[in-house]
Design a protein around this ligand. Structure first.
Ligand code: WT7
Length: 648
């Protein structure tokens, strides 16, 4: 741990929305009387009918129920578009930067309005109504934002599936929520390489059954040739010629669903995290404004993909609800060169930049020159999200990218939380590299021990949140019991984050990473159970156990122990085949980094795999294997250690 402290620059304390005194006062007010606090801040969005109730939430076992602003009526697209038209019609809403540096465009709020209304009409003409699910499987092009907002306008529930997921993963997500409509593109483009999105959609529908999906809307991105099924598939541009650009926003209750986003957990298939309308938008917009200290004239860039929650809350909904200018980037950090991020910052005069530690660590490897040859004079604030940022990467980000001028907000949150929960505020919080620092308004973090005892003062344990905040997920789509089981049963009455954490003597939080069977690979969440079930689906694999191991760039890598069927030879070729197999089954982000062929796995006498031991071996911590006396066959451990895979 680093013990360096960075004071708030005095110019920041003066100019930002919140200085430390104000943070203390607002935080105290928010937790002492959440109804008054959120009752006031709920007004930051426009309501067709104002709410009279604010907070109505319970974390009680068996009765978990979360409602905010429940009798208010509003519409998310109205808040992200219509209400800005008078004052900001000609202001850029989205600056789009393509995969190639030669391609970019600006979409004003007026243009955004026209595009979103047209797409809403395209969907409406195909029978999409309030409450229907629409799957979005698009690259990072403006149409992704149009699609989200068009659904919100109609009251349809979108489910975005990241473009890097396989047809199989897509199929699972389409059928779980019963989407009848998919919005996709002919092909995606990333780092100069094409991704066959439409072909993947065809394969997914083929797998679920031909009558599962009624309509596929296809954006022409590359112009690549795709199969179009008559009556089912339509090109977006052709459909847009048939509609007007006026579509009234649906009147939505605050607790009507806005979107589903699938995320990995420690067991089973991915869960459909459900977020609703009013509380989510209040929380996303408020956190965006205060944490990034967004002011008129800023150009804000979050490098995430809309396939992840960061893209939902901090590329689209939070910024647009605030009338901000948000930059959307189709490409990757190292194409055409490793200066790309910094060149884009100079090209569009970006003032606020929000990215992931894995990107910083990989760019750090190329040294300072690719950064220093750019100006970055427009930058005033940097952000980090997705995984713990190691102090070395933090310092490099601060010194090399930010020229020691820009505060860094290390923002801790999750798909489930809807928005940032623990973070510095740039005008208020002294920074410690590697710490996400303090809770945002209304957030009550607690550190508990394994038995659930609340620890006080400086301590280390598991991170729970003691009470609800407006952006919290409401349920697992179609499975409220799984919601309660996953998040509220480990420590009854509290939301369990799945993260370990340390709190220091200043009350700062240091997230230490997941304590469950979830691994965080380059900021992408992967359930070890998902990778295992992909592996055992291979005909030559009899058993598999997957754990994370520390990886210099990715944060964590995927380490798979594989037991082969009797008589199958463990070869290099088979190793490669299995990596390719998992890529195809789930997607490239799930590719195992290391596969160890293991004739036996460490099991208890009752047959339970002892993952603790596998984790230690993958981490090279052979001395601290802990108690191995309950193993059915202690001999397997030695064999595993002797044949461990080299991670270089
Ligand atoms: C998990 C949630 C939040 C959007 C992106 C990831 C880890 C996230 C931080 C941070 C340390 C972090 C946690 C969390 N995480 N941000 N600033 N410091 N860890 O969302 O895919 O739902 O993953 O990411 O382990 O539980 P997600």
């Amino acid at each position: 741990m680093s013990d360096k402290i960075y004071d708030v620059p005095s110019a920041w304390a003066e100019r930002a929305y919140v200085d430390d005194a104000r943070y203390q006062a607002m935080y105290a007010a928010s937790v002492e009387d959440p109804n008054t606090f959120w009752g006031e801040h709920g007004k930051r969005i426009d309501w067709f009918q104002p709410y009279t109730k604010v907070k109505n939430t319970s974390f009680d076992p068996g009765h978990v129920s979360i409602k905010w602003f429940e009798d208010g009526i509003t519409n998310v697209a109205y808040n992200c578009i219509d209400r800005h038209l008078e004052a900001r019609g000609d202001q850029p809403a989205i600056i789009w930067e393509g995969d190639s540096p030669d391609e970019s465009k600006v979409i004003t709020y007026r243009e955004l309005s026209s595009e979103v209304n047209k797409l809403a009409n395209i969907l409406r003409n195909r029978g999409v109504e309030k409450g229907d699910r629409v799957t979005i499987y698009l690259p990072m092009i403006p149409e992704a934002a149009y699609a989200m907002l068009a659904c919100a306008r109609l009251g349809a529930i979108h489910s975005i599936v990241f473009g890097g997921f396989s047809p199989d993963s897509l199929a699972g997500r389409v059928s779980d929520c019963g989407s009848k409509v998919i919005i996709t593109a002919d092909e995606g483009l990333r780092g100069g390489r094409k991704v066959p999105l439409k072909a993947n959609v065809d394969a997914a529908i083929n797998q679920i059954g031909d009558d599962s999906v009624d309509h596929v809307i296809v954006v022409r991105r590359t112009g690549g040739k795709v199969d179009m099924v008559p009556g089912r598939d339509v090109y977006y541009d052709e459909a847009a010629e048939q509609v007007t650009d006026e579509c009234p926003p649906a009147h939505m209750s605050a607790e009507d669903p806005l979107f589903i986003l699938y995320t990995s957990g420690s067991t089973g298939k991915p869960k459909g995290v459900l977020h609703t309308t009013g509380g989510y938008l209040v929380y996303a917009s408020m956190t965006h404004q205060y944490i990034f200290d967004y002011h008129d004239g800023d150009v804000y860039w979050c490098t995430a993909d809309v396939g992840w929650v960061t893209g939902h809350s901090y590329i689209v909904y939070g910024p647009l609800a605030n009338g901000a200018t948000t930059l959307m980037f189709e490409g990757v950090p190292n194409y055409p060169t490793t200066s790309r991020f910094w060149e884009v910052i100079d090209k569009h005069k970006v003032t606020i930049f929000y990215t992931a530690p894995t990107a910083i660590r990989s760019l750090m490897q190329g040294g300072e020159e690719p950064v220093k040859k750019t100006s970055r004079a427009s930058l005033r604030l940097l952000g980090s999200v997705g995984e713990p940022i190691n102090p070395e990467a933090w310092e490099w980000y601060h010194r090399v990218v930010g020229d020691e001028r820009c505060p860094i907000v290390d923002t801790w949150w999750q798909t489930e939380t809807g928005g940032i929960l623990i973070t510095p505020l740039p005008g208020a919080t002294r920074l410690k590299p590697g710490s996400a620092t303090r809770p945002f308004f209304g957030v009550l973090p607690e550190v508990v021990d394994a038995e659930g005892k609340v620890l006080t003062g400086a301590c280390e344990g598991n991170l729970v949140i003691a009470d609800s905040w407006p952006g919290q997920m409401r349920t697992v789509y179609g499975d409220h019991e799984r919601f309660e089981q996953t998040y509220f049963s480990t420590y009854p009455g509290k939301y369990f984050t799945g993260d370990g954490c340390r709190r220091d003597e200043d009350g700062y939080y240091w997230i230490t990473g997941r304590v469950d069977d979830v691994i965080n690979v380059s900021g992408h969440r992967m359930g070890t159970a998902e990778v295992e079930s992909a592996l055992v689906a291979h005909p030559k694999v009899s058993e598999a156990a997957v754990v994370g191991f520390p990886h210099d760039i990715k944060g964590q890598g995927i380490y798979a122990y594989v037991t082969l069927m009797d008589g199958v030879e463990p070869t290099e070729e088979l190793r490669k085949e299995l990596v390719g197999w998992v890529r195809r089954e789930i997607g490239p982000i799930a590719s195992p980094d290391l596969i160890q062929f293991a004739p036996g796995l460490p099991k208890t006498r009752s047959g339970k795999i002892m993952r603790r031991i596998l984790r230690k071996i993958a981490e090279d911590q052979f001395e601290s294997l802990g108690d191995t006396s309950t193993l059915a066959d202690p001999g397997v451990v030695e064999d595993l250690i002797n044949n461990r895979q080299n991670k270089r």
